[in-house]
Write a new protein. Structure first.
Length: 311
């Protein structure tokens, strides 16, 4: 069975036709409009899917969004990247546009599902997935199933407080992990350090350029990633102690720092978490790349259709 996965991001909408083994048959991408109604978005996705190989054989559509979703009702409560989207019945809109079953979920939940089924979490009984980028997203898979919580908002590791009197966070709290290791915070940290190094320019500084500098042996860039790893470890150690997962999967742009992030992170988690769960939890980079969200969306709708057939 082929299904279509759709990942609605702030910059682009990614699509992938996916088979039952998680293999991408074909994929496409279109820019995300700044202003668009749900029906216009559905029409855009329909048009973008038509030229994809295998599109005529898809049997369901899964959609991931970077917002809070009521999965059972298929309603997107908020979507910060598209103006005016509040309590949008996106599942119903997509079903009407495609004429087939559809499902909607949070994008990091779908990333976690894809990694659990086909990627870095394959074979794990339980895993926690973090997506590190502009913000910090999180998701939980327990005994092979997504755990969403009572209001479908479980897994928000980025909004775990790691400091009592820390900076205000966009969620309304303060001292949250995201307030320390989002992209802008990482760059700001690097710029503060660079001000003390004569002749060092901080223009065009990004997490990607910091990763390249660390790989070249730049000690300042390596210090930045060590500091990021220590902040991240405070939250990951708590998650390891509470959930006792056998895998912690970390994806997103920040994870591209590679060993400069992962080596100090693993050391710090071993030091901060309880010894037994810390030994059991492997901390690994995500494996599926930029198609992961769409693969997870396609997987979720395929599993939904399979359950309904068996019922």
């Amino acid at each position: 069975m082929l299904t279509l996965g759709v990942d609605i991001g702030g910059t682009n909408v990614k699509l992938a036709v996916v088979d039952q083994r998680g293999r991408v048959i074909d994929h496409g991408v279109v820019p995300t409009p700044a202003v668009v109604t749900p029906r216009q978005m559905a029409a855009l996705v329909v048009q973008a899917a038509k030229p994809l190989r295998g599109a005529g054989r898809i049997r369901g559509v899964g959609v991931g969004v970077p917002g809070l979703v009521d999965v059972e009702r298929g309603v997107v409560h908020t979507l910060v990247n598209i103006r005016g989207w509040r309590r949008v019945p996106l599942r119903r809109v997509m079903q009407a546009a495609f004429g087939m079953p559809a499902i909607v979920d949070n994008d990091v939940n779908l990333l976690a599902l894809a990694e659990a089924r086909f990627g870095a979490g394959r074979g794990a009984r339980s895993l926690v997935c973090l997506a590190l980028g502009t913000g910090v997203g999180g998701a939980i898979v327990l005994d092979g199933r997504l755990y969403r919580g009572v209001t479908s908002s479980a897994g928000e590791v980025g909004h775990m407080p790691i400091e009592r009197d820390g900076p205000r966070c966009g969620c309304g709290g303060w001292g949250c992990l995201e307030a320390y290791i989002g992209n802008r915070r990482i760059v700001a940290r690097a710029r503060r350090l660079m001000r003390h190094r004569a002749g060092r320019s901080s223009r065009a500084l990004t997490p990607e350029s910091l990763s390249r500098a660390a790989a070249r042996g730049d000690r300042l860039a390596q210090r930045v990633w060590e500091a990021v790893a220590l902040d991240l470890a405070a939250a990951v150690a708590g998650v390891v102690n509470i959930l006792n997962p056998d895998r912690v999967v970390i994806g997103g742009g920040v994870a591209q720092a590679g060993r400069w992030l992962f080596e100090p992170l693993r050391r710090a988690v071993r030091e901060r978490a309880m010894a037994v769960p810390a030994r059991a939890a492997r901390i690994v980079p995500a494996a599926l790349g930029t198609d992961a969200g769409a693969i997870g969306a396609a997987t979720l709708v395929r599993e939904m259709i399979s359950v309904k057939r068996e019922a």
